[in-house]
Design a protein around this ligand. Structure first.
Ligand code: PMV
Length: 353
């Protein structure tokens, strides 16, 4: 489809990087309810992004979903089921009874620990909200996107974000809220791509296995909950010294419970460890923390720093990885953006890596 069409609704959305991580789910598992609150920074769209278009498709027999050019089959995986269920759930809230066409593309590899599902889920939920004229609140959109991928509930909001773990079984009190907006503090995320292949253990498998088998996990929940509160305050106070230590120790702690999982899960590689050491050395040479490393469910390093140190940090990571093309530089982003120009559905995004 290449014509401009007023029935096409397009949204650009971005991943977020967790500064205090969500790992492990409480019951009922299918609602992606966390055991602890978490804190993140939404990334800017000049770095990593998902573009999702939704078109009303009244003559089709079924809903059609394409991700990165591949038609998705219902029941082919847990994730695709979630997507089709969300389409049904949101259509059920609207006055529209016919089928929908969804086309979604990432500018970066899916399933490589770069939070493609968070970005994709936020874009989908926003695009459906627009196409179906639902006018749902940010809180409602956060709750719906959480059901596709837990961390997606943080990508529906820009700036610095706090995901309240909530206590209710129906998940109605487990949603993200903004701590402060995008331009409050000029932190950046410098991502070093150590490996962009699909991870061997998906995050959904990892969440389940760690919470079931790790003996350290009980401590992790308490530690992370208190980290989330400390991080929120440090962000409001622009206190990098406190925030950087929380970011690094929370990442270490989550990866320790992954290693303590049975069978053990190891996302970081020897190269990730070298990059981690380089950040510790950098901080030592400055006599204070000027950068913080963090790793999600993958080997790629995210280095959080203030804009004023970004050239130095970028240079260090580039030297370490030996290739400028392996660096992604991201500022803080504003969250999903609706493009109201009848944008071309299926238009390719240039892969960023
Ligand atoms: O939302 P999921 O199921 O992809 O899990 C994300 C888990 C981490 O990225 C490791 C941590 C986080 O809070 O984003």
């Amino acid at each position: 489809m290449t014509d401009k069409n007023e029935n096409i609704y397009t949204v650009i959305s971005t991943p977020n990087i967790a500064l205090v991580k969500y790992w492990g789910k409480r019951k009922p598992q299918q609602l992606n309810l966390p055991n602890n609150s978490s804190v993140s920074m939404t990334l800017s769209s000049d770095a990593l992004k998902t573009k999702t278009s939704v078109a009303l498709n009244p003559n089709s027999k079924d809903d059609e979903v394409y991700i990165n050019g591949v038609m998705q089959q219902r029941n082919s995986s847990e994730k695709t089921n979630f997507i089709f269920n969300i389409i049904e759930e949101m259509r059920g809230l609207s006055k529209y009874n016919n089928k929908l066409l969804v086309v979604s593309e990432n500018s970066f590899p899916t399933g490589s620990g770069l939070a493609s599902s968070a970005s994709g889920a936020a874009a989908l939920v926003f695009a459906l909200n627009t196409a179906l004229k639902l006018n749902l609140s940010t809180r409602e959109l956060s709750i719906i996107s959480r059901k596709i991928s837990g961390s997606a509930c943080r990508s529906v909001i820009g700036g610095f974000v706090f995901w309240e773990k909530g206590l209710k079984e129906d998940g109605s009190d487990s949603y993200a809220r903004q701590i402060v907006q995008t331009d409050y503090w000029d932190l950046v995320d410098i991502i070093g791509i150590i490996d962009s292949n699909t991870k061997k253990v998906s995050s959904s498998e990892g969440h389940a296995l760690t919470s079931k088998t790790s003996s350290l996990y009980k401590e992790r929940i308490k530690f992370a909950e208190s980290n989330a509160l400390i991080a929120e305050k440090a962000i409001k106070d622009k206190d990098f010294s406190t925030l950087s230590e929380v970011i690094m120790r929370d990442s270490n702690n989550m990866h320790a419970t992954m290693l303590d999982t049975w069978p053990p899960i190891r996302y970081i590689t020897d190269k990730s460890w070298d990059a981690l050491q380089a950040i510790l050395e950098l901080n030592k040479s400055h006599g204070e923390n000027i950068a913080a490393y963090t790793f999600d469910a993958g080997p790629n390093i995210h280095v959080i720093t203030e804009q004023k140190h970004s050239i130095e940090v970028k240079k260090l990571i580039t030297e370490l990885l030996g290739d400028e093309n392996k660096i992604i530089f991201s500022k803080i982003g504003n969250g999903p953006t609706i493009i109201n120009d009848g944008a071309l559905i299926g238009e390719s995004l240039t892969p960023i890596i």
